[in-house]
Design a binder for this molecule. Structure first.
Ligand code: 5GP
Length: 115
């Protein structure tokens, strides 16, 4: 399902600036404005998907692509000792921006479980 435009649509359309680290036809990755680790990158599809709760089979290849991009960026940034990939979904999942996005966090040890 498509969504109301969010701040991430404005970043995709270059209406507001972002520190972009990767782009291709399907997705965009940029540094989080409020980083929770020395590396904190957001990876978003250009397709306006609200959240993981809204995806269907049509999105299978796109979701796989996003994870391959996460892996590429992690390699490029030298996250050799590991990293965390987070996808918050809905109010209980802590989602604040309703445009699906993966968080890529790294360059510090991360505790488990998250809060
Ligand atoms: P969520 O809580 O929805 O999983 O994550 C949303 C993330 O987007 C947060 O980590 C927040 O810091 C980040 N964010 C919100 N607005 C902006 C913005 O305008 N620019 C960038 N680069 N990040 C943003």
């Amino acid at each position: 399902m498509n969504h109301e435009p969010t701040i991430f649509d404005k970043i995709i359309n270059r209406e507001i600036p972002a520190d972009i680290v990767y782009e291709d036809d399907l997705c965009l990755a940029f540094n989080d404005i409020n980083p929770q680790a020395p590396v904190h990158v957001l990876i978003i599809p250009k397709k306006p998907i609200v959240s993981l709760a809204e995806v269907d089979e049509q999105d299978t290849a796109l979701l796989g692509h996003l994870l391959v991009v996460v892996s590429k960026i992690a390699r490029q940034l030298g996250l050799d000792s590991g990293y965390r990939t987070v996808l918050n979904t809905g109010p209980d999942g802590g989602q604040e921006v309703y445009h699906l996005h993966f968080h890529l966090l790294g360059k510090r040890p991360l505790k488990w479980p998250p809060g």
